[in-house]
Ligand binder design. Structure first.
Ligand SMILES: [Cu+2]
Length: 125
């Protein structure tokens, strides 16, 4: 195999693994892990505010009760909600506003909206 096609194949393999990791949910249960940035939806949707420059505002917005979203690597917006039995991970996600994280939980989708009930959150590897 020529070197260039080997490199292309490896790049494709890496891209597939990254894509799978960024958006991986079990088809039956909806359980999975998603990578992206924690945003406050109130500032992101109308103004596109995100990233380190907006992190302080986002944290303040989230702590005052604004809805929290995960902006995934492929530009999808997922609404994050607290797990009914244990809201600890959801609450600690607020402190990671503006940062890239890995969220684990359960996804459900209805009426054109995706939510993840958050059971875990950690800084992205
Ligand atoms: Cu804000």
């Amino acid at each position: 195999m020529r070197k260039s096609s080997w490199v292309a194949l490896c790049t494709l393999a890496v891209a597939l693994v990254v894509a799978a990791a960024a958006y991986a949910a079990d088809a039956k249960t909806g359980a999975g892990m998603w990578k992206g940035e924690i945003v406050d939806i109130a500032c992101y949707m109308p103004k596109g505010a995100k990233g380190a420059a907006h992190a302080d505002c986002a944290k303040k917005c989230l702590k005052s009760g604004q809805p929290m979203g995960l902006l995934t690597g492929d530009g999808d917006m997922v609404l994050l909600v607290a797990d009914h039995a244990d809201n600890k991970a959801f609450e600690s996600a607020k402190d990671m506003a503006g940062k890239n994280v890995e969220v684990s939980g359960t996804m459900s989708e209805k009426a054109g909206m995706k939510i993840v009930s958050v059971t875990g959150v950690k800084p992205a590897a």
